[in-house]
Design a protein around this ligand. Structure first.
Ligand code: ADP
Ligand code: MG
Length: 728
């Protein structure tokens, strides 16, 4: 390794001034470090490393290169080809600052076979000094041919001293102000000090991959210093045996931690909610429902009831496509809980959704004598106080609301079942807060989480391995398929025509816009404008003898009671068209709505589009969804936008949509940062490493049962302090 401080290639460097300052500070810090002035608080280097999450030696050792640079070879200029990334060794023939067309350092070098001009637009006096005439240097960069011979722009240069390195030079992910040189030193130090004994034998992986006979130490040492003969492609796509070993390690750590938390949960206790036979609320609710349950609802209901009848806290995810009928399932679970003499809470991510649940549940349960409390952030103090009292005294058997449900001031008398709708909208902390709402004999409430975004199998096996999953794989009868059309914005007039035809048939229409006010940056169409435009265009569209067409507008900045009034008018059918922003995204239920138009569909995420589309096709009428897209200034859609729209047109199966969404976005985006926290896999890829994932899944229980101390060591090594967080 070179003992000089190489200048970083400009691409990796922040703005010159900032870089200079930051670099100096890290340098000083590193010196201070070396002298062991330990009394000082954290050095700049430590702070920068901490920003990268690198606290322990093992963290440093596991900080793997993004890519490599090959400094092991010298290429003669005569043998270079246009655009090659090469390293040359040459003598400086000329070095001067030119001012045209802009200030730059121009250095002429010659390697005996040919000459080359090196150009630097940002440079330090020290660099200029290091490139004095007569010096032999090694310069690495992309060569371009031209009228005046070879040139390199911002090559990285160092004095041509000593032997060439024998390993590829690693380039690490870093943060502003922390140069590769210091980071490399830190990583090497960590690698040398870290305890790297194997927690599982290389042979354990053999069946899976006979080439994977690498120990952890070998794998890490190799990945930090690969020999130049390695195929760079196998390092890049992580298929190299060293990568296989690391991915196996990482997946195993994740599986172990999930399994640990599952077993930990098995030691906790929860109220046993046993169904009371005969004449119960549960039975009366079933009798009162205007429809029979689907087979899937019955099965899922039994799964939930069986969980709640045990003294272990339930931790179940109910997944079912939009419109699959999750609310009834939740209400029936609540009824079992109330029958057993305990309280139930239902939390939804938005006020509109919570309110809809509230109305629906009240409609079902109040006639049966159940008292329901309603909690939201926008409530008047007086009303809120009354609600809180009902919750605390136990007068309210069911509590419905938004995040307000988990606030500190809310004291339940005896909460035994917590239901979270659209659970992916909530974070780990909120789930934990709900779990702590039962202050009774160190018990925890049962948790039922619901989602309309089904989780692809690989994710269910990894991130959600700690959850039991129930699936509503059947829609209530009488649903009609939704025809989805992808239409260019230029054909808007035809779409309006189609709306007229639907109105004449007595149907209702949703028109969804992405933003409420025009944003200069995005030039999105304005819901208010669209509303005015539609209202004007639809004058006189009603069937003969009908009152004029009403076009409503709903957006998040409307006062709460206006929102309510608009929603109510649409639900009751007094309003034909509802123009709205995405506030209607989840949960709204109007069976007579048969057409949904989504404007600027190219800007929506796939699962969001799917959720929106699920608002139609709930009644008997044939339904359609029109995805209006606009190509904007670029004149074409981005690749991923095209894929999203294509997926929407091709399928309406929520599972297939989720699979494609995962494919397009990758698990990090798919799960959302809040869900995954720091727990995202760094090295393994769930879409492609399914075999390794299977292996880890089978290995984890074996290891935990037979080599508990190794399992613990493995989890600590890989997850460290994050391990506890993962157990939430
Ligand atoms: P989601 O799963 O998207 O939350 P909902 O619970 O809102 O779906 O249900 C969608 C609609 O289907 C509601 O109008 C609901 O009353 C109705 N529904 C639910 N179950 C059935 C069923 N078994 N038969 C007929 N309609 C049902
Ligand atoms: Mg719902």
């Amino acid at each position: 390794m070179s003992d000089t401080v190489p200048s970083d290639p400009p691409a990796a460097a922040p703005a010159a001034a900032g870089k200079r300052a930051a670099k100096t500070s890290v340098k000083t810090a590193a010196k201070a470090d070396a002298k062991g002035s330990a009394a000082s608080p954290k050095t700049a280097l430590q702070l920068a490393l901490e920003k990268l999450g690198l606290r322990r030696d093992i963290d440093l050792a596991l900080h793997l290169p993004l890519r490599y640079e090959d400094e092991t070879r010298i290429t003669r200029l005569r043998d270079a080809r246009e655009g090659d990334l090469i390293q040359i060794e040459a003598r400086v023939m000329d070095c001067e600052v030119a001012y045209r067309p802009r200030r730059q350092l121009v250095v002429k070098v010659d390697d005996g076979s040919d000459s080359c001009t090196l150009r630097f637009f940002n440079f330090y006096p020290s660099q200029q000094k290091a490139l004095a005439v007569g010096t032999r240097i090694r310069a690495r960069g992309e060569v371009k041919g031209g009228f005046l011979g070879w040139t390199m722009l911002h090559p990285s240069c160092k004095p041509a001293r000593g032997d060439l390195p024998t390993a590829l030079t690693p380039i690490y992910p870093t943060v502003a102000g922390l140069g590769q040189y210091y980071l490399r030193q830190a990583v090497l130090g960590g690698l040398a000090r870290a305890e790297l004994s194997d927690t599982f034998a290389p042979g354990d992986l053999m069946e899976l991959n006979p080439h994977a006979l690498w120990t952890l130490r070998q794998a890490l040492q190799f990945l930090h210093h690969p020999t130049p003969d390695v195929s760079l492609a196998t390092l890049q796509d992580h298929s190299h045996p060293a990568w296989q070993r690391l991915k196996a390690e990482e997946l195993l750590a994740q599986q172990l931690s999930q399994l640990q938390s599952r077993r930990l949960r098995a030691t906790l206790r929860a109220p046993q909610l046993v169904e009371v036979p005969g004449g119960t609320l549960h039975q009366r609710l079933l009798d009162a429902l205007p429809f029979p349950l689907t087979a899937a609802q019955q099965r899922v209901g039994r799964e939930i009831a069986a969980d709640m009848a045990r003294a272990l806290p339930m931790h179940r995810l109910l997944q079912g496509d939009v419109g699959a009928g999750k609310t009834v399932v939740a209400a029936l679970a609540a009824a079992v809980c109330i029958d057993a003499g305990w309280q139930c809470a239902l939390m939804a991510p938005t006020e509109i959704l919570a309110e809809q649940h509230f109305r629906k549940l009240i409609g079902w349960l109040e006639p049966l004598g159940i008292c329901t409390a309603w909690l939201t952030g926008t409530q008047k103090t007086k009303q809120r106080r009354a609600m809180l009292e009902m919750v605390e005294s136990g007068a309210a058997q069911l509590v419905v609301g938004t995040h307000a449900v988990i606030q500190e001031k809310v004291h339940f008398k005896n909460l035994a079942l917590a239901i979270i709708d659209e659970q992916h909208r909530f974070g780990v902390a909120q789930r934990l807060a709900l779990r702590n709402k039962l202050q009774h004999d160190a018990m925890e409430p049962h948790m039922l989480m619901m989602t309309a975004t089904p989780i692809p199998r690989t994710l269910a096996m990894s991130y959600y391995a700690d959850l039991d999953v129930s699936t509503l794989d059947e829609l209530p009868p009488g649903r009609t398929a939704i025809v989805t059309k992808v239409v260019n914005e230029t054909r808007r007039a035809e779409v309006v025509q189609r709306i007229r035809a639907q109105i004449a048939l007595g149907r209702q229409i949703y028109w969804v816009c992405p933003l409420i006010e025009e944003s200069e940056a995005l030039d999105l169409s304005n819901a208010t404008e669209t509303h005015a435009e539609l209202a004007a265009a639809l004058q006189g569209s009603a069937a003969d003898g009908q009152p004029p067409v009403q076009v409503g507008l709903l957006h998040s900045r409307l006062p709460a009671d206006e929102k309510k009034a608009v929603m109510a008018a649409f639900v009751q059918g007094q309003m034909a068209v509802l123009v709205s922003t995405t506030v209607i995204e989840v949960g709204v239920d109007v069976p007579n709505a048969s057409l949904m138009v989504i404007e600027h569909a190219e800007r929506f995420g796939l699962s969001q589009l799917h959720q929106l589309r699920g608002r139609v096709g709930r009644g008997a009428a044939a339904s359609a969804c029109v995805l209006l897209y606009s190509v904007g200034e670029t004149g074409r859609l981005s690749e991923s936008a095209r894929e999203r729209l294509r997926a929407m047109a091709e399928t309406s199966d929520g599972f297939e949509i989720a699979r494609r969404d995962l494919e397009i976005r990758g698990p990090g985006e798919f799960l959302g940062a809040r869900q995954s926290g720091d727990a995202m896999l760094r090295f393994a890829n769930l879409a492609t490493d399914t075999a390794l994932l299977e292996w880890a899944r089978q290995e984890a229980p074996r290891m935990l049962d037979h080599h508990a101390h190794l399992a613990e060591k493995h989890v600590q090594r890989w997850l460290g302090t994050r391990a506890d967080y993962l157990k939430a």
